[in-house]
Design a binder for this molecule. Sequence first.
Ligand SMILES: [Zn+2]
Length: 178
Amino acid sequence: MKPVHPDASTVAPMIDVDTTGIASDASPHDVFMRAALEAARRGMLAGEPPVGACLVADGEIVVTRSNAVIGELDITAHAEMRVIREACRQLRKLDLSGSTLYVTVEPCLMCLTACHYAGIGKVVYGAGIADMNAVTGNELAAAPANDLPLKLEGGCLAAECRGLIVTWSGSRQAGSVS
Ligand SMILES: [Zn+2]
């Protein structure tokens, strides 16, 4: 399979997103995507956006979750984030390298970044994010209600903040903090 789909230009370059084979009847991805689809359907019945995800390691499903932003009143409770959180808890580790995340809709930047931090090696998705944006609008591009863009201001108490990092780094090297 090709490592990167030619239409994956909207995806952060840190992760290979492979969409090849998804449309094939013989795709080995289908079983896992069907598990993600089932979670998406359950979520939709519960009033959530219809997105489901599952994490697969060594050919086995580790965790399957739906989106739950509404039920959990958690704006970060995307299906992928919930899968990653639960997989790390179940497997008692932060490194999910070697695993593949299946998700019914192309991940947003938050979820792709979480995949990157978790070391997930591959993301397989069904619908494109444009399919969701066609219904919800492009949430990342939309201005907040007050019509002001998100502001980013750096340097506030920077010396103290940097000092904590230096202290933490020293502790890690001494083995007292992991
Ligand atoms: Zn997301």
